[in-house]
Design a binder for this molecule. Structure first.
Ligand code: UFG
Length: 334
């Protein structure tokens, strides 16, 4: 079934990969992005409309001019540390502006919404692996803002029959396997790109944030999930809503159900970059506030309900695709 999809935040890391997936799947794509953190150059398919979810008039005209079959929303602010320092920005952008988008959908009869949520809604885990029923007790404004929207979506489903799928990402990582897209954050805070920037020369030594966690090697364990696999889950979620298989407000975890420590990520990356004659410089640091020791998903619900099957579950593949992209960026910088 061909659909016309609005991808909000389609110039960002995950959104840009989503646009590619939808366009190659034969769908018509319109991207709405204010380019505050995304890049016009990353919108390689579809039509880019530069604008913000803050602008209700812009939203009204966009929805008036286009008959969208569904909306995917990637335009959230997503840095935990920044959210603690500037909560107003997080609640405004992630909650208030998302309400603008939802209200435009409701008033124009657009029924299907895929929402980028996060494992940060769980806070400090009380049990691992983490299933969707794990208590939601976010410990920072970023996680709280995403959880608020999930709650809103439950009420909008009941009152306005807005169908939604909220996807709680664990650690989004990797890059387009064809090398056409990848991660571009400024500033970069995520482990894998920082490790690879250290090798390519675009960054300094990578700091290991704490070696005294209660894990086998003392470093934090995360569930790294490939961006292309995340996008596949979004496509499946949209299809499930469009075909009537998913109704109401549903929520799924997206992870590989496998943990890798910071140390393990660096080891995998070191082996890879050495094959190209590069070396990662590593230094020890203290803990970063707010980092849980272990975050690993139980994503059996997404597998069962959506038929999601990650294709790039191996950490070595994730790092290899990210390294291919990092080398391209380093060549550009030149
Ligand atoms: N880390 C380092 N050094 C760095 C950067 C990160 O040691 O320079 C460590 C972190 O302490 C953490 C792991 O590498 O243990 C992964 O850190 P990231 O910053 O790459 O990712 P997070 O796990 O902090 O964040 C991810 C998502 C968030 C989400 C969070 C859930 O990016 O959106 O998981 O807790 F909120």
């Amino acid at each position: 079934m061909q659909m016309k999809i609005l991808v909000v935040g389609g110039a960002g890391y995950i959104g840009s990969h989503m646009v590619k997936r939808l366009a190659l799947g034969g769908h018509e794509v319109v991207v709405l992005d204010d380019l505050s953190t995304g890049f016009a150059s990353q919108v390689k398919w579809g039509r880019l409309v530069v604008g913000s979810t803050a602008d209700t008039e812009r939203l009204a005209s966009l929805f008036g001019e286009n008959r969208f079959d569904g909306v995917m929303h990637f335009a959230g602010s997503s840095l935990v540390g920044e959210s603690v320092a500037a909560p107003a920005r997080y609640y405004r952008n992630n909650v208030a502006h998302t309400l603008n988008l939802l209200d435009a959908m409701v008033s124009h009869g657009v029924r299907h919404f895929v929402f980028s949520s996060t494992a940060a809604v769980y806070g400090e885990p009380v049990a691992v692996p983490i299933g969707e029923a794990h208590p939601r007790s976010p410990i920072n404004p970023y996680g709280a803002s995403k959880w608020m929207v999930e709650r809103v979506l439950q009420d909008y489903a009941a009152a306005y029959r807005l169908n939604s799928v909220s996807l709680r990402y664990f650690n989004a990582s990797g890059a387009d396997p064809d090398g056409e897209l990848g991660e571009c954050h400024d500033p970069e805070t995520h482990l894998i790109p920082l490790v690879l920037q250290s090798a390519s020369g675009r960054g300094g030594p990578v700091t290991v944030f704490g070696r005294d966690y209660p894990t086998p090697d003392g470093t934090c364990i995360r569930d790294y999930v490939h961006v292309t696999d995340l996008c596949e889950a979004h496509a499946l979620a949209l299809e499930a809503m469009a075909s009537g298989r998913c109704k109401g407000a549903m929520t799924f975890n997206l992870g590989n159900e496998e943990g890798a420590s910071v140390h393990a990520v660096i080891d995998v990356a070191q082996e890879l970059v050495r094959q190209d004659g590069y070396e990662i410089a590593v230094r020890e640091g203290s803990r970063r506030p707010g980092d849980p020791a272990v975050l690993v998903a139980d994503s059996s619900l997404a597998r069962q309900t959506l038929g999601w099957q990650p294709q790039f579950g191996r950490l070595s593949q994730i790092v290899a695709h990210a390294w291919h992209w990092e080398k391209a960026l380093a060549r550009q910088d030149g």
